[in-house]
Design a protein around this ligand. Structure first.
Ligand code: COA
Length: 413
């Protein structure tokens, strides 16, 4: 595996950090998750669907890891943690600001113990006025610019279902970690890696900062639904389902939309296939009519154009429409429900949707590794039970069975 031999001391909890360490585990790192005895990651018991079984929230974010329980505020537990710091390559954490230091593990202390250690953190904000604040997903979406630019112009800001604040930042952090590991091969030194959730969300909203500057310069954005009949204010408005790029798009109703909330298709009026679009919807004359023939001419007419295309899509199911449009190379995509995705055979064949067996909860579906490496294939294995690997990891650190029992008796592990 790509990260064979890399040992990760995983101090993460909830979603953002665990997403990161799960990816590293899938790439072959040995991820040792440290949890508090008796409690563990709070998500083990959140949103439970089966009494006493680790929740899907936990299992789906902690595959391929080992779990050890250590009370890191107990003096004996601290010593165990020190031994782990000396043995591992990367410490990943997403505690509230200052928690690691309060535990007695400042950057300086960790460096004393292991100068090669990379310390990687997710925090809500980077250095500045809000650096001490706790942050969850939707807060990150709001402060990173996503919420103000999502939704419809006549409604309030909207958060998206994609977990761009948590899982998105976890991805950013994973890249920072492997980059730091690569630099360490040359410098021999560890370093701090920080991914702030506000920064991660903003990075994913880069095009909206682009649009802010375009708006300030020109006062108008012709691909937004506010053009030509609405008004623009000082900040980038919500763009509904507009594509946000140079190729106008919109979500259109398909056959069955009256009773199926997902009978819709995303349709892109890509310029190179405009003539084909006109043919498919039966408006051949639009291909040459100067009022419709060029992308610029179409911009003030997008609502009318999409309404006309929708008259065609409403005669087809979303899958029929996709089938026909693909024949003409017209970019489009059905709005897939989670039920449809769960049943998608091709996603199962690629390992993007995986069925996993768990000793307490039985079989469940999860999202496998979305990043495929040809020389480092991913096998998804179940998440660990709380403390399942404590004895195994303690033995690897050199503790005898008697010492392990003594540490357990004093509540250190
Ligand atoms: N042994 C002993 N104590 C432990 C421990 C262990 N194994 N693991 C954790 N703890 C302690 C911490 O030291 C901390 O104690 P302190 O407050 O006395 O310093 C305490 O548990 C709680 O940790 P904290 O991170 O503050 O959890 P929280 O539930 O209060 O806050 C978040 C949760 C997510 C809001 C917060 O961790 C956070 O803002 N994280 C950074 C941003 C982030 O990742 N957010 C998204 C999460 S998906």
């Amino acid at each position: 595996k790509a990260l064979d031999g890399v040992r990760i001391l995983d101090f993460t909890h909830v979603q953002s950090g665990p997403t990161c360490t799960q990816l590293l585990a899938w790439f072959g790192a040995d991820v040792i998750k440290v949890e508090r005895a008796g409690a563990g990651d709070i998500t083990r018991e959140q949103l439970r669907d089966i009494p006493d079984a680790d929740s899907l929230y936990f299992t789906m974010l902690n595959h391929n890891k080992r779990s050890v329980t250590i009370d890191t505020k107990n003096p004996e537990g601290k010593l165990v943690l020190e031994a782990l710091i000396q043995k591992c390559d990367v410490l990943v954490e997403n505690f509230a600001p200052g928690a690691l230091e309060r535990m007695g593990f400042s950057w300086e202390r960790i460096q004393e113990l292991n100068p090669r250690m990379i310390v990687a953190s997710v925090k809500g904000f980077g250095p500045g006025p809000y650096e001490d604040c706790k942050v969850y997903e939707n807060v990150a979406q709001c402060v990173g610019g996503a919420a103000s630019t999502t939704g419809f112009d006549d409604g309030p800001p909207v958060v998206t279902g994609a977990q761009i604040g948590d899982s998105g930042t976890g991805l950013h952090l994973a890249l920072g970690i492997v980059t730091a590991l690569y630099q360490r091969t040359m410098t021999g030194r560890g370093q701090k890696v920080l991914a702030a959730m506000q920064d991660g969300v903003l990075n994913l909203c880069r095009v909206k900062l682009r649009d802010q500057q375009r708006l300030e310069r020109t006062g108008v954005m012709k691909e937004y639904p506010q053009y030509p009949n609405g008004t623009f204010g000082e900040a980038v408005p919500r763009a509904g389902n507009a594509s946000g790029g140079g190729q106008p798009g919109w979500i259109l109703k398909c056959k069955g939309w009256e009773h199926d909330p997902n009978a819709y298709i995303y349709f892109i009026t890509q310029a190179p296939v405009w003539a084909k679009i006109c043919n498919v919807i039966g408006r051949e004359e639009w291909a040459t009519d100067p009022q419709y023939a060029t992308p610029n001419a179409r911009l003030p007419r997008l609502q009318e154009i999409f309404a006309e295309i929708e008259r065609w899509t409403m005669t087809k199911t979303k899958f029929e429409a996709m089938e026909i449009l693909n024949r003409y190379d017209i970019p489009c995509g059905p709005i897939l429900s989670m039920k449809e995705i769960a049943q998608d055979e091709s996603l199962r064949r690629t390992g993007t949707i995986v069925e996993v067996d768990h000793p307490v909860r039985g079989k469940y579906l999860t999202v496998g590794n979305p990043i495929k490496l040809s020389d480092s294939p991913t096998q998804v294995t179940r998440s660990p039970l709380l403390g399942e690997h404590t004895d195994e990891v303690m033995a690897e650190l050199g503790y005898s069975s008697a010492q392990i029992e003594a540490l357990r008796a004093c509540g250190a592990i």
